[in-house]
Design a protein around this ligand. Structure first.
Ligand code: HEM
Ligand code: SF4
Length: 550
C-alpha cells in the first residue's frame, strides 16, 4: 500500500491549516456562503439539503485497517454514526458541523487521508478494480498506475480549472469490474505481443444527462508513456472542451461532437511533442511505486481447506455466502471476500461506526491489514485464507455485514437522492429499501441470478442507472416523484446504456413494476443460468414493455 512521503504529509497538513483559517472566516461572517463556496469545494465540502457533506477520497479504493478505523471514529464523533460509500471509491459524511471540519481533516491527515480534489473541475480520485493485486485474472496491479496518476494529477497546475470534473479509472484485467468505460479516461493494463506492459486507452465515457461509452483512442500506450499520454488528452480537452455550457463541458461531448478520429489526431500530435520530455516515466520510478504494492507475505497453501469444506457442508447460510461473495484469488488457498454493505431494508452503502470498526478489525486479523471499497458501494477483504473463512463469516454475522447478495438484485447501487441531495428530483433510498425488502428471500434472489439494479434520484446519474441491467431514474412530474425504468444497461467490459422502457411509475407502483420486469425475465429466459442481461440482449425490450404497459 502506498505510504505518504514527507512532501505528501507536509502538503496535506498545509492544506488543512489553510482551510481551517477559511472556515473560521466563514464562521465569523467575514466570508459569505458565496465567497466560501469555491474554497470549500476545493476541500471536498458540499452544501446539501440539510447540512454540509464531506467527501473523503480513498485513492483507488485501497485503505488500511487503521484508516478504516479512523472513518469509524469520524462517523461516531462528528457525524450521526455512519458513513456512506460512493461509486467512486470515496466515503461521504452527511452531517458534519462546519466548525468540526478542521478537526475531521486533522484526524484524516493523521492516517494519510484527505478530501482534496474530491470536488471541483479537476482530476478526481482515480479509481481501480477493487480486486486489484488479488484477482486471479489480472495482468498487473492497476493501482501502481493509479498511484502514479494520483501523484501527477494532485494539484496539477494546468488541470485545476478544467471545463468540468475529470475522472480516470484503471483496470488490470480483461474483465471490467470498475465501470471503466463510464469514465473520462479509462485505462486497461495489458501486454503487447512482445510481452511489454502498456495500456489500451479509452476516452469520453460518462453518465449524467448525456450518457456515453468511452471510445478506444489507442490500443497500446507503453507503460513509460502513460502520463505523457494522459497529459496530451487533458491538454486537448482543456483547450477544446466547451466552457460556455456546463451541460456540454465534459470530454464525452467533445469526443461526440468532434469525432474520435479527429480528436485522436490532436491527442497523438500533442503526445508526440511531449512524450520524450519530463513526463516519460523511467522504469525505476515505476518499479519503485510497484514496491509499495508488493504482495503481502502469502503462505504456500493447498488449494482446498478442510475447515472451509466442513463448514460448507454443515451450514447452508455460509454455503450461500461462499457461493456469492467470494472471488478467485491469484494465490492458492486464498480468496477475496465481498462484504456487502446492503443488508435488507437499509440504505445501500451506509455503514455504521461499529461496522466500520468491525471491518477494520476483520481486515487486520484476516486480510493482511488491507481493505478495498468497491464502486458498487461494498467493502472487500482482498486476501483471506480459505481456512479463515468460517471465522471471517462469524465476525461478519456479528457486525450484520453477512448479506450473501453480492451481484444479486438487492446488491444495488443507489445515490442519496432527495433524502440528502440538493439536486435530487426524487427519493432513491426509500425505493431501494422497499425493493430490498420485497426481494429479501435469498433463495429467490439466487434463482433470479446476477442482476444489477441501480437507482439515481435525478438525471446526473450518480446511482449509475444508465448502466444498470435494470435502472431506475427518479424524475419530478409537477411535484410528484416518478420513477422511470431503463433496461439493458451494463457497466462491465460489454458496457451498454440502458433504454427507457416507457412512462414513469409512482412511488407506490415502482416496486411492483420492478417485480414485473423480473418475473417477465424469469418467464422468457431460456434456462435458469441465462443471466438477465443476456436474456434482455436476446429478446430485446418488447416482452418487458408488454408486461409493464400492456
Ligand atoms: C450527495 C451529494 C452529491 C452531489 C451534490 C452530487 C453531484 C453530482 C452531479 C452534479 C453530477 C453530474 C455530473 C455531470 O454533469 O456529469 C454527478 C454525477 C455523478 N456522481 Fe454525484 N453527487 C452526489 C453524490 C454522489 C454519490 C453518493 C455518488 C455515488 C453513489 C456519486 C457519484 C457520481 C457519479 C458516478 C456520477 C456520474 C457522472 C459521470 O461521471 O459522468 N455522487 N454528481
Ligand atoms: S443522481 Fe442526482 S439525486 Fe442522486 S446524488 Fe447524484 S445529483 Fe443527487
Amino acid at each position: 500500500m502506498y505510504r505518504y512521503d514527507e512532501f505528501d504529509a507536509k502538503f496535506v497538513k498545509e492544506r488543512v491549516d489553510q482551510f481551517r483559517d477559511q472556515i473560521s472566516r466563514r464562521l465569523s461572517g467575514e466570508l459569505t456562503e458565496d465567497e466560501f463556496k469555491p474554497l470549500r469545494l476545493m476541500n471536498g465540502l458540499y452544501l446539501q439539503l440539510h447540512a454540509y457533506m464531506l467527501r473523503v477520497a480513498v485513492p483507488y479504493g485501497t485503505l488500511s485497517s487503521k484508516q478504516m478505523r479512523m472513518l469509524g471514529h469520524i462517523a461516531r464523533k462528528y457525524d450521526r454514526g455512519y458513513g456512506h460509500f460512493t461509486t467512486r471509491q470515496n466515503i461521504q459524511f452527511n452531517w458534519p458541523a462546519l466548525e468540526d471540519i478542521p478537526a475531521i481533516l486533522d484526524d484524516l491527515a493523521s492516517v494519510e487521508m484527505h478530501a482534496i480534489q474530491t470536488s471541483g473541475n479537476c482530476i478526481r480520485n482515480t479509481s481501480a478494480d477493487h480486486f486489484a493485486g488479488a484477482a486471479a485474472d489480472e495482468v498487473a496491479d492497476p493501482r501502481v498506475y493509479a498511484e502514479i496518476i494520483r501523484q501527477w494529477s494532485t494539484i496539477h497546475p494546468e488541470f485545476t480549472f478544467l471545463p468540468r470534473k475529470f475522472k480516470i479509472c484503471v483496470i488490470g484485467a480483461e474483465k471490467d469490474r470498475a465501470a471503466m468505460k463510464t469514465h473520462d479516461i479509462g485505462l486497461q493494463v495489458k501486454r503487447n505481443e512482445a510481452g511489454d506492459l502498456g495500456f489500451a486507452v479509452f476516452v469520453g465515457g460518462g453518465q449524467g444527462r448525456t450518457p456515453m461509452i468511452a471510445k478506444r483512442v489507442n490500443d497500446f500506450v507503453a507503460e513509460n508513456d502513460i502520463i505523457a499520454y494522459c497529459e496530451a488528452i487533458l491538454r486537448v480537452y482543456n483547450m477544446y472542451g466547451r466552457r460556455d455550457n456546463k451541460y456540454k463541458a465534459r470530454i464525452k461531448i467533445l469526443v461526440h461532437e468532434t469525432g474520435i478520429d479527429v480528436l485522436r489526431k490532436d491527442i497523438e500530435a500533442e503526445f508526440e511533442r511531449i512524450k520524450d520530455g519530463v513526463l516519460r516515466l523511467p522504469d525505476e520510478s515505476i518499479r519503485a511505486i510497484e514496491e509499495y504494492f508488493a504482495d503481502p507475505d502469502f503462505e504456500k497453501l493447498p488449494s482446498t481447506s478442510k475447515a472451509f469444506e466442513d463448514r460448507l457442508a454443515s451450514d447452508r447460510a455460509f454455503a450461500i455466502f461462499a457461493e456469492r461473495n467470494l472471488h478467485p484469488h491469484k494465490k492458492m488457498g486464498y480468496t477475496s471476500v465481498v462484504v456487502s454493505v446492503k443488508p435488507a431494508g437499509s440504505p445501500p452503502g451506509d455503514a455504521t461506526d461499529d461496522q466500520l470498526e468491525a471491518i477494520a478489525d476483520i481486515g487486520e486479523k484476516y486480510s493482511f491489514d488491507e481493505l478495498r471499497i468497491s464502486h458498487e458501494q461494498n467493502v472487500i477483504l482482498p486476501h483471506v485464507k480459505l481456512d479463515d473463512l468460517p471465522a471471517v463469516y462469524d465476525a461478519l454475522v456479528e457486525a450484520k455485514l453477512h448479506s450473501a447478495n453480492a451481484g444479486l438484485i438487492t446488491d444495488m447501487i443507489v445515490c442519496p437522492g432527495l433524502d440528502y441531495c440538493a439536486l435530487a428530483n426524487a427519493r432513491s433510498i426509500p425505493v431501494a429499501q422497499r425493493l430490498s425488502e420485497r426481494f429479501e428471500d435469498i433463495e429467490r434472489q439466487k434463482d433470479i441470478g446476477e442482476l444489477k439494479l441501480k437507482i439515481s434520484g435525478c438525471i446526473n446519474a450518480c446511482g449509475h442507472h444508465h448502466v444498470g441491467h435494470i435502472g431506475i431514474l427518479g424524475v419530478d412530474r409537477k411535484g410528484e416523484e416518478l420513477y422511470q425504468i431503463t433496461l439493458g444497461g451494463s457497466g462491465d467490459e460489454n458496457t451498454s446504456i440502458g433504454k427507457i422502457a416507457g412512462r414513469g411509475f409512482t412511488s407506490d407502483e415502482i416496486v411492483d413494476a420492478v417485480e414485473t420486469v423480473v418475473d417477465t425475465y424469469m418467464d422468457v429466459r431460456e434456462k435458469a443460468d441465462e443471466a438477465f442481461i443476456d436474456t434482455y440482449r436476446r429478446v430485446g425490450d418488447a416482452p418487458f414493455k408488454e408486461a409493464l404497459y400492456g
